[in-house]
Design a protein around this ligand. Structure first.
Ligand code: SF4
Ligand code: SF4
Length: 132
């Protein structure tokens, strides 16, 4: 039986780190999937940050909707900047990610473990996954 992706309801990293990226990622004349114009702030002439994540106290990305740890999700998923695409959840690819743990802990969520990603057959399934 497949387990749901733990990121799908989490969102902790979107309300913990500053999400900074190169200005061209928010330049609509450069590419069709630019970060929406009302979703970022200018950090420096070359650098942008997702709005809300630049705050030192309780940063939270403006694109994050829902409740962290319950039903949080990115409202601009296909347009999110490169740091969001590169960020890896702990054990998603079998490797422990300290930053994921850090964000989750800050929101009262336990760190992910390997078994959060593994699929186990239910008692009704045989080894090939076929329900018997
Ligand atoms: S753009 Fe989406 S994925 Fe990136 S920090 Fe904001 S809510 Fe999270
Ligand atoms: S903190 Fe970790 S588990 Fe939560 S959304 Fe970010 S990468 Fe996924």
């Amino acid at each position: 039986m497949a387990k749901p992706n733990p990121c799908l309801d989490c969102g902790a990293c979107c309300a913990y780190f500053r999400v900074a990226f190169y200005w061209r990622e928010a330049e609509p004349s450069d590419h069709a999937s630019a970060v929406p114009q009302d979703h970022f702030v200018e950090l420096t002439p070359m650098q942008r940050a997702m709005k809300g994540t630049e705050k030192k106290h309780r940063p939270k990305c403006v694109a994050l909707k829902g409740k962290i740890g319950e039903n949080a999700g990115c409202s601009i998923y296909d347009l999110r900047p490169s740091p969001c695409r590169a960020f890896q959840a702990s054990f998603e690819n079998g490797i422990h990610q300290q930053r994921c743990d850090e964000a989750r802990r800050a929101h009262g969520l336990r760190p992910l473990v390997k078994s959060d990603w593994l699929e186990f057959p239910t008692p009704q399934e045989n080894k090939s996954g076929i329900v018997i």
